[in-house]
Design a protein around this ligand. Structure first.
Ligand SMILES: Nc1ncnc2c1ncn2[C@@H]1O[C@H](COP(=O)(O)OP(=O)(O)OP(=O)(O)O)[C@@H](O)[C@H]1O
Ligand SMILES: [Mg+2]
Length: 364
């Protein structure tokens, strides 16, 4: 199907979550329903809007307006346009973005930041399908497809009276949730490939760097609060510093200050690797805590962590340790899952689940 192929090239990711996002775009696109894309910053909400526009078959323009980026007092003129002389400095009249999107799609980004007073005016446009320029008495009919996006919890804004509930019902007829990158780390390797191709095209002087398996495993254990945008920036930074090189875990770690903050008090993750290496069946038979007793020094490091560091995410922190210990066990046993499971004192299915969660499988 042409639409599916187009969407796969626009919005990469083979994870179930991304397949679901693309499926929703295909379902909603042909119908004149207002779509709301929600998800954290940098997760690709604008791509959802572009996907809807392309698959809607509408031949007009895709017109984007970011409510957070335009000062509140200018946003109304930007959206609805104005007549000549309607305010000081309006030497000529201007079309608004709503009118520009006629026959196409109007994408209202960061709709949660739209001033309350303007929300009422937008609601009127949606209800009457007409727009009135500032300083004009006339209402012009408009025909646009509306897609909105927000990184905020807009339902909660509405409950707290900060966003009009009646507007929310109008704009969120079909809501598409874009998951954070940390919930689809299995897409990271593929995204790096795609972002590398894009980088090569846009920055001719840069040769994207590559990442070895351990480095990829490490990237998969990071939280990526800036999502794909942060991954793209990170790739660019690596590529500038290590043009075309194959980067190792160690090199990648030194390039990720946020991650290093959380781990710096360990001196190096080497202590954890040593801990995992010294784990043997005898120690395990003494019970999981024997390691803690033998390696008091490792754990005493943790008690000082907040002296030197920013706040950490306990969940991510523990996940990173788990991923490191699993990788250490696999390295020590030369990839034998049976032996690694026994080193770690877990059953094979448990180890397999955890390897899957940490994206530690070899690509087929
Ligand atoms: N699935 C994806 N495949 C390929 N590129 C992606 C994907 N998702 C996002 N990107 C790229 O990541 C960058 C950020 O995406 P986008 O601007 O759509 O995010 P956003 O959710 O709108 O962020 P914000 O809330 O900060 O506006 C863009 O350069 C986009 O092309
Ligand atoms: Mg955006």
């Amino acid at each position: 199907m042409a639409g599916s192929k187009f969407l796969e090239s626009l919005i990469a990711g083979s994870s179930e979550k991304m397949k679901e996002v693309r499926r929703h775009i295909e379902l909603a696109a042909p119908y004149p329903v207002n779509v709301l894309a929600v998800g954290p910053t940098g997760s690709g909400k604008e791509l959802i809007a572009k996907g809807i526009h392309k698959l809607s078959g509408r031949t007009g323009k895709f017109v984007a307006v970011n409510s957070a980026a335009i000062p509140a007092e200018l946003l109304e003129a930007e959206l609805f346009g104005y007549e000549k002389g309607s305010f000081t400095g309006a030497d000529k009249g201007r079309k608004g973005k709503v009118e520009e999107a006629a026959g196409g799609t109007l994408f209202l980004d960061e709709i949660g930041d739209m001033p309350f007073s303007l929300q009422a005016k937008l609601l009127r446009v949606l209800e009457t399908k007409t727009v009135q320029k500032i300083g004009s008495e006339k209402s012009l009919p408009v025909d646009f497809r509306l897609v909105c996006a927000t990184h905020a919890d807009i339902g909660s804004l509405a409950r707290r009276g900060k966003f009009r509930a009646d507007l929310l019902y109008r704009i969120a007829v079909y809501t598409i949730e874009n998951p954070p990158l940390s919930e689809r780390t299995e897409d990271i390797e593929e995204l790096i490939k795609i972002l590398s191709i894009k980088l090569k095209k846009t920055e001719k002087k840069i040769t994207p760097s590559k990442f070895d398996k351990e480095a990829i495993g490490f990237l998969c254990s990071y939280d990526w609060p800036g999502n794909i945008r942060e991954l793209a920036n990170f790739l660019q930074k690596c590529s500038v510093l290590y043009s075309g090189k194959l980067l190792t875990l160690q090199q990648v770690r030194t390039l990720m200050p946020n991650f290093n903050n959380a781990l710096s008090s360990f001196d190096d993750q080497a202590t954890l690797w040593d801990a995992a290496k010294s784990t043997n069946d005898r120690q395990l038979s003494l019970g999981a805590f024997s390691l803690f007793e033998d390696k008091q020094n490792i754990f005493s490091e943790y008690s000082n962590i907040f002296e030197k560091n920013q706040p950490i995410s306990l969940k991510k922190f523990l996940e990173n340790i788990e991923s490191t210990l699993i990788q250490a066990a696999l390295k020590e046993t030369e990839g034998s899952i049976d032996q690694a499971a026994s080193r770690l004192g877990v059953d094979v299915p448990v180890l397999l689940d955890k390897m899957k969660a940490h994206s530690l499988f070899e690509p087929n």
